[in-house]
Design a protein around this ligand. Structure first.
Ligand SMILES: [Zn+2]
Length: 218
């Protein structure tokens, strides 16, 4: 297979509600957060791993195409468009993974905004949410069930950047349409965890594909 070209997909991810992508507890100090978010190891700034963005786009497309696997695994046929775009272990059939999704870092204005919040109120780039459970009999907060978790505050913006590798013989427009569909589904669904409880609603702004502005339809 011969590589024909790269097509860049760029935009801004705007968090309309708090976003939680869990990090590792191993690298936090004792007495820290129960459920930290993922952060850059040096700057401590939150970011969205490309793997989270890519995995979610893929799973939504598969759901839409009726390919939900009971065991939670991605499609492995190697033949469908989703396997070609997002990758397959059967790459002797699918060819190389076409879509590369980069880690999404804070936009410059969000970096400034969160840094100011840190200086003013000690917020460490993330809000700490304490969640209770409610005793249904008494209607009061139960005891012992308190847990804390971090999330990136609503209004935070990240830079989305992905690259589509086009090989000779690929139906370029079809792949682009699938990717647009996946991004549109992602806006309707959620990113990260606790989506059913309101977390992770995002939208894309200033989206361009190959330098041209793109609207995500329904
Ligand atoms: Zn497949």
């Amino acid at each position: 297979m011969k590589l024909k070209k790269f097509i860049e997909i760029k935009g801004t991810i705007v968090c309309e509600t708090g976003l939680r992508i869990g990090g590792s507890k191993d690298d936090i100090e004792i007495g820290g957060m129960d459920n930290p978010i993922i952060r850059h190891p040096i700057t401590r700034e939150p970011y969205i791993p490309g793997s989270s963005l890519k995995g979610k786009q893929r799973s939504l497309l598969e759901l839409k195409n009726g390919k939900f696997n009971q065991d939670g695994r991605a499609c492995a046929c190697g033949e469908c468009d989703v396997c070609k775009i997002f990758g397959s272990l059967k790459n002797e059939i699918s060819g190389p993974t076409r879509l590369l999704v980069r880690d999404a870092y804070l936009t410059e204005d969000s970096r400034i905004w969160l840094n100011e919040a840190r200086l003013e109120s000690g917020i460490d780039f993330a809000e700490v949410k304490t969640e209770n459970w409610i005793n249904r009999k008494t209607g009061k907060a139960g005891t012992g069930g308190l847990r804390t978790q971090e999330r990136v505050p609503a209004g935070t913006r990240f830079k989305y950047f992905a690259t589509l590798r086009v090989f000779e013989g690929d139906d370029e427009q079809l792949f682009i349409n699938k990717i647009k569909e996946a991004l549109s589904l992602l806006q309707k669904d959620y990113l990260g965890s606790s989506g059913s409880r309101g977390y992770g609603k995002i939208r894309f702004e200033d989206l361009t594909i190959d330098g041209k502005p793109v609207e995500l339809g329904d």
